[in-house]
Design a protein. Structure first.
Length: 122
């Protein structure tokens, strides 16, 4: 029998962990970890899942959809209203790439550090 793995953290590279954590905290409502600092910040929820942000010297942001600066991964978030979620996230500092392959089923945005993420209608 293979071991059962429990996902406990997803960590994103970035230039400014505290700023990126603040963006995702406002976007998701996750709670900031009390030991967050300029080199590593985290947000968590009661079930033990954390979203981490680590400072990387000479960070290079992904370039969606161009793979010359690969996206490496992306996060998907389910929302009830795509337009409402888009407006709120743009207000918080998200970007909206011109290329949108979802044909109205989902929307690609980028966080302030350039990581693409998707909003999917719930």
């Amino acid at each position: 029998m293979s071991p059962q793995l429990k996902l406990t953290m997803i960590t994103l590279d970035c230039a400014d962990p505290l700023a990126l954590a603040a963006f995702y905290q406002q976007a998701t409502g996750l709670e900031p970890h009390p030991k967050s600092d300029a080199d590593f910040a985290a947000l968590g929820r009661a079930d033990g899942l954390f979203l981490g942000f680590q400072r990387v010297d000479d960070y290079r942001a992904p370039r969606w959809p161009d793979q010359s600066g690969p996206q490496q991964f992306h996060l998907d978030f389910t929302v009830e209203d795509l337009a409402e979620a888009e407006a709120r996230l743009l207000e918080l500092g998200a970007g909206k790439p011109e290329y949108q392959p979802g044909e109205g089923k989902w929307l690609v945005l980028t966080d302030p550090a350039g990581h693409p993420f998707c909003l999917v209608r719930g």
